[in-house]
Design a protein around this ligand. Structure first.
Ligand SMILES: C[S@@+](CC[C@H](N)C(=O)[O-])C[C@H]1O[C@@H](n2cnc3c(N)ncnc32)[C@H](O)[C@@H]1O
Length: 289
């Protein structure tokens, strides 16, 4: 066994004891990032190259700092996004909703589908759609200036590799309830992962202490005030027949379904699940006013 693999085994035990959910994966990813190798190549790192800063990073993870803040990277679909203090770390659950949106856009008989991403954070959803739907134009809205800086950075780094992709994402500063005024009735699809956690609900330290508060707490007794703003906004932005996808917490499927119910003018409202089979997002069609 190599020195690095020995150290990873010790680190795994320490992370497990600290309550980290995936201790071995995290220890390996920290080591791989630090040593500039793939996870599958960790055994190839010579003992003489072991970087003692590994233990500084493990201590941060033991203190429940998110893995992505330590490595500086969040993987989202085909993207490697820069993340850190001030921006919400994109989640796997959101990849599923984004995939649904991408499939719908790809199947749409529209030359250049127009998409709104309400509350873009790192730019994860907007950039994925631009990357995977080569003709889509995406308007990404973000109110939080710090989060917006991360989105700008990610758009710039995608632009360096693919100007055509990044050039189809336009970042708007401001509240998603108003920032796209003037574009009403033009959008083919509105997608949003808004804040939706009810105030007072328990969240793990990685979330409560590191994700920005504006990304988490949705407002209202049920945490769904921001979802209601998305509903009001989407009905204005969508063209007749336009599509909506909004993420929510695993326990909120029924409540969010009713926000987009037929009584409110929506059609074909569906609860959809994440990879773990939990209710995770609602989709609906806006038939027009
Ligand atoms: C849960 S995070 C999602 C970020 C990103 N879309 C993702 O899925 O990783 C919600 C984002 O919405 C932003 N936000 C919350 N309320 C907003 C509002 N009223 N207007 C614009 N952005 C808002 C937050 O700052 C945060 O970046």
């Amino acid at each position: 066994m190599s020195l690095l693999l020995d150290e990873i085994a010790i680190a795994t035990a320490r992370l497990a004891e600290a309550g980290v959910e995936s201790p071995r994966t995290d220890a390996e990813l920290i080591a791989a990032r630090l040593h500039g190798v793939a996870r599958s190549e960790l055994h190839l790192v010579p003992d003489s190259d072991f970087d003692p800063r590994f233990w500084d990073d493990i201590a941060r993870r033991q203190a429940r700092e998110p893995l992505q803040h330590i490595t500086g990277i969040a993987y989202f679909r085909y993207l490697e996004l820069a993340v850190g203090p001030g921006v919400f770390v994109p989640r796997q659950e959101t990849e599923v909703m984004t995939g649904w949106a991408i499939e719908q856009l790809a199947a749409m008989d529209v030359a250049e589908p127009l998409v709104a991403d309400l509350g873009t954070g790192s730019g994860a959803i907007a950039l994925s759609i631009a990357q995977e739907v080569p003709r889509a134009q995406v308007h990404a809205v973000e109110a939080d200036p710090l989060a917006r800086q991360w989105a700008e950075r990610n758009i710039a780094s995608v632009a360096a590799a693919s100007p055509h992709t990044a050039g189809r994402v336009r970042l708007h500063a401001g509240d998603f309830g108003t920032a796209l005024a003037g574009l009403e009735g033009h959008f083919d699809l509105v997608v949003s992962n808004p804040p939706y956690i009810p105030v007072g609900a328990w969240v793990p330290p990685e979330v409560g202490e590191y994700d920005p508060a504006t990304a988490l707490w949705g407002g209202g007794k049920d945490g769904l005030d921001a979802v209601r703003v998305v509903e009001q906004t989407a009905r204005l932005l969508l063209r007749p027949g336009g599509l909506l996808a909004v993420e929510h917490g695993a326990q909120q499927g029924a409540a969010v379904y009713w926000v987009f119910a037929e009584e409110n003018g929506w059609r074909e409202t569906r609860n959809r699940t994440d990879l773990a089979g939990r209710d995770r997002f609602v989709t609906a069609v806006w038939p027009g006013a």
